[in-house]
Every structure is written in structure tokens, then in C-alpha cells.
Design a protein around this ligand. Structure first.
Ligand SMILES: [Zn+2]
Ligand SMILES: [Zn+2]
Length: 697
């Protein structure tokens, strides 16, 4: 019989029998194998699958296999270099798979570091005991000790928030609502230190780590004295495979007591968790946009509930979903009203661009304010969420506009190093040289249409010849480390005017920044997505929060052609609650989330009518299920429609939206519907995917 059973390793362990295994394959699974070695759920195995060998994870030890034993193959290797994944982690993965309607293998295996799910890492010349043994033989990289820092005193609101969190005896979701600069981070750090002192562990999610290494430094400085040297592990997608494996193993082996990470860290196999924190909980980057389309924020709430521990969602502009929970009392709201450093909020001014003559897209009002701030030795940020030189190139004589041959979009004009220009498609990556003459009429007078960050940077250099102008966007920060270098030069006062996209809005604390100018915010306002105003408000509040964080008397100038819009009026007053109230009324009257639940089926095909045909058949099948179950009242099926940008990379895209007032009814429909999807006559002619709680529609 089984020997050396690890205690608490799983429900059953066995020496010979059947094992149920999940694999990262786009088939429902799981798959049964025969195994004559000691094995428990949560262990990895190498198994034959078709003509391949794959690494899978054992999830169950069934008494009888699900199909004819004659067809069942043997497990080839039981991998023991990593302890079995804990039961709470398997439970969590199972929930994510059920909720997002994906095969369990597509949740479990991608959550492991690459080397632990790659057969190649265990075979051939490179073997030598596998990737874990190889890593353990190497000496770990020297982590510079961080200077411990003393916690500052908390203000009253911060203290109340910390007390509420540390006083929670089981599951409780807290919504920590505080404007930029109100000291949310201090609250997290105090609550985390308290959790560590009680012998429990902490998982903290942030939207972005690369851009804010100072946050990681602050966290380590404060928590390593409690968690121990090296007790903080960082997990994010920009780590190399080796770095990720090393950090992940420290978590899995219990050496790390604090995990700081981006959305993928929600799958960290951390045990004895005592506190979960989701900073900037409204941030769209918590939603994974391919594969398992999960929301790390929503999963964090479930995980906290499952483990019966508190979870803290923090934001200056909470998602309406979380705000409604707080209004209903299911989440407890903890307000941080004042800025911690006793600095007043920046003054917001709206400049109505309809009545002004603009200079390069900037109003005289903004330019004047810039002159004053620069003369005063302060820094200025010009925010424009559009990278490149100009959104398109056009011909003045015939009206030709540069378009991507593979997509139904314009190609964006980019200025390359050396001053050359190229046309780039931001959707498929297509690139071409700028034509010397109009392809339609031959005229050589081709002009940039509109403005991107590069063009604004160029104009500002002309308008302010004495100022040092820098640009931070995805183009200027492509090289590893270049973003940190650019931010460092801004912090060091080597930049007077900073031009940037949303990259500059996240987390950076610019001490000497007195003025923020926002260009072309309206572009976001009139997107078809019902969440566009919410996103715009969050982004403007965030970028506004960059101004005057230390110096005081900060100013934000928003140029708009629609100053009367509620989103701008609320921004004027820094009135999130008012904006939320207005948005909630709109959503409730239109039965939009969070007053309903959505799922989105998307299909892509070479021809649009194939994609639409697939969706129409899928709609018919869903309707038949609704009629059979008499749930037509609970679920609305919309008509299939093409996406706004219909063709991307020569694939035509369409979508079918489902909306339900009753979540269990929707989940039940989706399960049956997916199971029947292979009966769709067009299923082999399209690429399709289902998204639960889509963020963009
Ligand atoms: Zn032309
Ligand atoms: Zn394209």
C-alpha cells in the first residue's frame, strides 16, 4: 500500500489505479490514465496525448475510469520535484474554470511557470533532474537588502480603515475609497504588517509593476523586517521564465510571505493567506483579454470568501460594480477623504474648445498656463492618449486616407529614429513606408491628419524652445529599462514638459508637477462602450492626481468640446460619488451591469457572413434552450452584430451579446450551450470564444 503519505496531501492516495488528469488542450477533458506509482491530486504527470507527450495535473483518483479501460494509456512519469498543489488552490482553479466556462486544464496549466508544464524541460540532454533541480543547484541571485523604513503616523481616517481591516474575523470585502494622495498604500502596509505579525501571509495585486519599481521598494522596506529577508516575492508577466520559476517556487514552498504581483498573481499558490489587497481595483488591466478571460479583482473576492479572510479593494474611482456592492452594504466602505500630506486637490478647469482658435491642438489658455508654470520652475504634463505622430495620413486634393490593407482601420503615422516616417497599424502590426505621392491621384501633398504624442512633442519643442521636452508612451519605452530611465529623469528635474499617454497616469508621484493639460479627452467619451464615461472619469481623476502632490496649488486643464457632459462636471468638483450616482441611474434604467450580467460570444472568420451565420445558429440554439427551460424571461439574446472595427488581420469579427437579470440562469445556460457548440454547422469555419462579464463591448 501507499507509503510515506504526506499529511494532508489530498483525499486519497494510491499505488495502482486510475488517475484523472487535466491538460492544456482546447478539449473539454479531463482525461483518465492508469498509474502504478504513488500519486495524489495536485501532482504533475507526464502522459501520452495523441502522438505527443504532455505535462498534466492529477485532479482526481476515480474508482472507475470514465471510459473503456482498454483505451486507457499509462502515466509515463510522476513528477515529484514540486510538492502537490494544495487543495485550496485546486478548489480555486476549479471555480475559475466553472465561472469562466473554460476547461480546467486551461486554467491550471497556464497558471504554472513555463518550465513546470513543458515536457522538453524534463527530457533529453537538458534533463539533469528537471528545471527545479537545475535551479536549486544554481546559487540564487543576490537580492540587495532594503533599508528598513519606519511607518509614518496614520491620520484618523487611515487608522479607522486599518482598524476595520485588522478587526475582521472572517470574510469581509472592504472598499477603500480615497483620492490620489490620500494614503491608501499606508493603509495596505499597516494591515499587511499586522497580518504578517499574526503568522499569516499577504497577497497584494497592483495593475502594473514595471512602471513603479518604487512601490516594490517601499513594500520591501516596510514588510521585509516582518516577513524576513527575501520574504517578498514579485510575480508579473515581464519576468523571464527563470525569474518567474524562482519566484513562484519561493511562494509554493512557503518561503515568501508576501506576494506582490499583477493580475496573474491571483493564481499564486500561497498558503496561510490572511489578507488579499487589490490596489486600483477599477483598473481594466485586471481583466485578462485572451485565453481564460478572468477578472483578477473578481477572483480575489471569491478567493477571500473561500478562505474566509478579508479582501481590500482600493481606488479613488471604484468600478461601479464595487461601488454598488458598497451602496448595498455587501462591501464595507472605508473612506479616506483628505490627502494624507495635507495638500489641497488640484483645481480643475474645463476649456471649451468650440469657441477658441487652437494652436497645434492646444488652446491659448493652456499655453499661457504652461508659460507661467515653467517660468515658476514647475513641471508640466501634457496628456494625450494617442501614440504616434498622427492618427492617419491624408491627401489634400482627393481625400485619400492611409488605411491598413488587412484591417478596417487607418494606419497611424509614426516618426522613426532619423526622422523618417512610417505608417503602422495598431491592430495587426502592419508597417509600410510613407508613400511619396497619393496612391489614388498622384498628388504629393500628403498631410498628417490629427495629432499623436510625437507631433505634440514636436510642437511643444517649437513653442517652448527653452524647455526640455520628453515623451513617455509605448513607443518611447520599448527597450527594457527605458521607462524607468525616462521616469527617473522626470523625477530628477531633467524634464520641463512631459508628453505622455496613460502610461504616465499610473502610480507616479511627480513632486514638482504643477500643471496637467489634457488633450482630446472627448475621443474616449463617444466610444460605443457603455463603460466609456466610467473609464474616462477614472483616467482623468488619475492623471489629475499627478498635479501638485507636494507643491500644492496644482492645476488641471481639460480641453473639451462638451464641457456640459456629466463626466466633466463631476471632474470639476472631484465628485466621484456624484458621478457614480448619475451612472448608476443610467445603468439601472437601461438594465446594464451591474444591474444585469453579461456574456459575449465572439466569432472570427475570413468572411463576415460566416461569422454572423455561426452566431445566428448559436443564437437559435440558445433560444431553444431558453424555451425548453422556460427561462426566456431571465435572459435576453441580442442579434449578432459586426464589431466596430470589423476586419483585423484579414479576419472579420462579429459578436452576440447575452444579458441576464439572474446570474445562475445565465451560468446554467452557458454550460449547456457550450456543450452543444460543436453541433453548430459553422463551428469549423470560425474561431470563437465566450467571455463572461466582458469589460468591453
Ligand atoms: Zn489623392
Ligand atoms: Zn492592420
Amino acid at each position: 500500500m501507499a507509503q510515506n503519505l504526506p499529511s494532508g496531501a489530498g483525499p486519497v492516495a494510491q499505488v495502482t489505479g486510475w488517475v484523472r488528469v487535466v491538460l492544456d488542450v482546447p478539449l473539454p477533458g479531463p482525461f483518465d490514465y492508469r498509474c502504478d506509482e504513488f500519486v495524489t491530486p495536485g501532482m504533475r504527470v507526464i502522459v501520452p496525448f495523441g502522438r505527443r507527450k504532455m505535462i498534466g495535473m492529477v485532479i482526481d483518483l476515480p474508482e472507475t475510469p470514465a471510459y473503456d479501460p482498454v483505451l486507457i494509456k499509462n502515466v509515463e512519469v510522476v513528477l515529484t520535484d514540486v510538492d502537490p498543489m494544495p487543495a485550496h488552490w485546486l478548489r480555486f482553479a476549479r471555480f475559475a474554470a466553472d465561472y469562466y466556462q473554460r476547461p480546467l486544464g486551461e486554467v491550471i496549466l497556464p497558471a504554472l511557470p513555463m518550465a513546470l508544464r513543458s515536457v522538453a524541460a524534463y527530457q533529453g540532454k537538458r534533463s539533469g533532474g528537471g528545471p527545479v533541480a537545475r535551479l536549486d543547484q544554481r546559487s540564487p541571485p543576490v537580492v540587495a537588502a532594503v533599508q528598513a523604513s519606519e511607518p509614518p503616523a496614520l491620520n484618523e481616517a487611515q487608522q479607522l480603515a486599518v482598524d476595520a481591516m485588522t478587526g475582521a474575523t472572517g470574510f469581509q470585502a472592504f472598499l477603500l475609497h480615497g483620492v490620489t494622495g490620500s494614503g491608501k498604500t499606508e493603509v495596505y502596509l499597516h494591515a499587511a504588517a499586522h497580518t504578517l505579525a499574526r503568522g499569516r501571509r499577504v497577497l497584494m495585486l497592483v495593475p502594473e509593476i514595471n512602471l513603479t519599481p518604487q512601490f516594490e521598494q517601499a513594500l520591501r522596506a516596510r514588510l521585509e523586517p516582518v516577513a524576513g529577508q527575501g520574504g517578498v516575492a514579485v510575480l508579473h508577466s515581464a519576468l523571464s521564465d527563470g525569474e518567474r520559476l524562482r519566484a513562484w517556487l519561493r511562494v509554493q514552498r512557503g518561503q515568501a510571505r508576501v506576494v506582490l504581483g499583477t493580475r496573474l498573481a491571483i493564481f499564486a499558490p500561497i498558503s496561510d493567506l490572511g489578507l488579499l489587497v487589490v490596489d486600483e481595483e477599477h483598473d481594466p488591466s485586471y481583466k485578462q483579454q485572451d485565453g481564460l478571460r478572468y477578472s483578477a479583482r473578481d477572483l480575489a473576492v471569491w478567493r477571500a470568501h473561500d478562505l474566509n479572510i478579508p479582501v481590500v479593494l482600493g481606488s479613488a474611482t471604484p468600478s461601479l460594480e464595487s461601488w454598488v456592492h458598497a451602496e448595498r452594504g455587501t462591501y464595507r466602505r472605508l473612506p479616506l477623504p483628505a490627502r494624507a500630506r495635507d495638500v489641497t486637490l488640484p483645481t480643475v478647469r474645463l476649456v471649451d474648445t468650440r469657441r477658441l482658435s487652437m494652436e497645434h491642438g492646444m488652446s491659448p489658455y493652456l499655453l499661457d498656463a504652461m508659460h507661467k508654470r515653467l517660468a515658476n520652475g514647475e513641471q508640466v504634463l501634457v496628456f494625450l492618449n494617442r501614440r504616434g505622430y498622427a492618427p492617419a495620413l491624408h491627401c489634400a486634393s482627393c481625400g485619400w486616407v492611409s488605411q491598413c490593407p488587412r484591417c478596417t482601420t487607418f494606419t497611424v503615422l509614426h516618426r522613426m529614429t532619423g526622422g523618417r516616417h512610417q505608417l503602422h497599424c495598431h491592430h495587426c502590426g502592419y508597417q509600410q513606408r510613407v508613400p511619396s505621392a497619393c496612391p489614388d491621384c498622384g498628388d504629393q501633398d500628403l498631410r498628417p491628419m490629427g495629432r499623436g504624442t510625437q507631433r505634440i512633442e514636436e510642437h511643444l519643442a517649437e513653442l517652448f524652445p527653452q524647455a526640455r521636452v520628453a515623451r513617455i508612451d509605448a513607443d518611447s519605452t520599448r527597450k527594457k529599462g527605458s521607462a524607468q530611465a525616462l521616469f527617473a529623469s522626470v523625477h530628477a528635474g531633467e524634464v520641463d514638459i512631459l508628453v505622455g499617454t496613460q502610461m504616465v497616469a499610473k502610480g507616479h508621484d511627480f513632486a514638482n508637477l504643477g500643471l496637467v493639460g489634457v488633450l482630446n479627452a472627448d475621443a474616449m467619451l463617444f466610444s460605443q462602450d457603455f463603460r466609456a464615461p466610467e473609464r474616462l472619469f477614472a483616467q482623468l481623476m488619475q492623471v489629475a492626481g499627478r498635479a501638485g502632490r507636494h507643491a500644492g496649488h496644482g492645476e488641471v486643464i481639460v480641453q473639451t468640446g462638451y464641457p456640459e457632459q456629466p463626466v466633466y462636471q463631476a471632474l470639476l468638483r472631484h465628485d466621484y460619488a456624484g458621478f457614480a450616482r448619475h451612472s448608476m441611474q443610467e445603468r439601472e434604467s437601461a438594465t446594464l451591469p451591474p444591474y444585469s450580467h453579461q456574456a459575449l460570444l465572439t466569432a472570427e472568420a475570413r468572411e463576415l457572413n460566416v461569422a454572423l451565420g455561426f452566431l445566428q445558429s448559436a443564437r437559435d440554439a440558445a433560444l431553444a434552450l431558453l424555451v425548453r427551460d422556460r427561462t426566456e424571461e431571465l435572459i435576453t439574446l441580442y442579434d449578432p452584430v459586426p464589431l466596430r472595427i470589423v476586419r483585423v488581420d484579414n479576419m472579420c469579427r462579429a459578436q452576440l451579446l447575452l444579458e441576464a437579470t439572474h446570474r445562475p440562469a445565465l451560468q446554467s445556460l452557458l454550460r449547456q450551450w457550450l456543450a452543444a457548440m460543436h453541433d453548430n454547422p459553422d463551428v469549423r469555419r470560425v474561431r470563437w470564444q465566450l467571455e463572461v462579464d466582458p469589460l468591453e463591448i
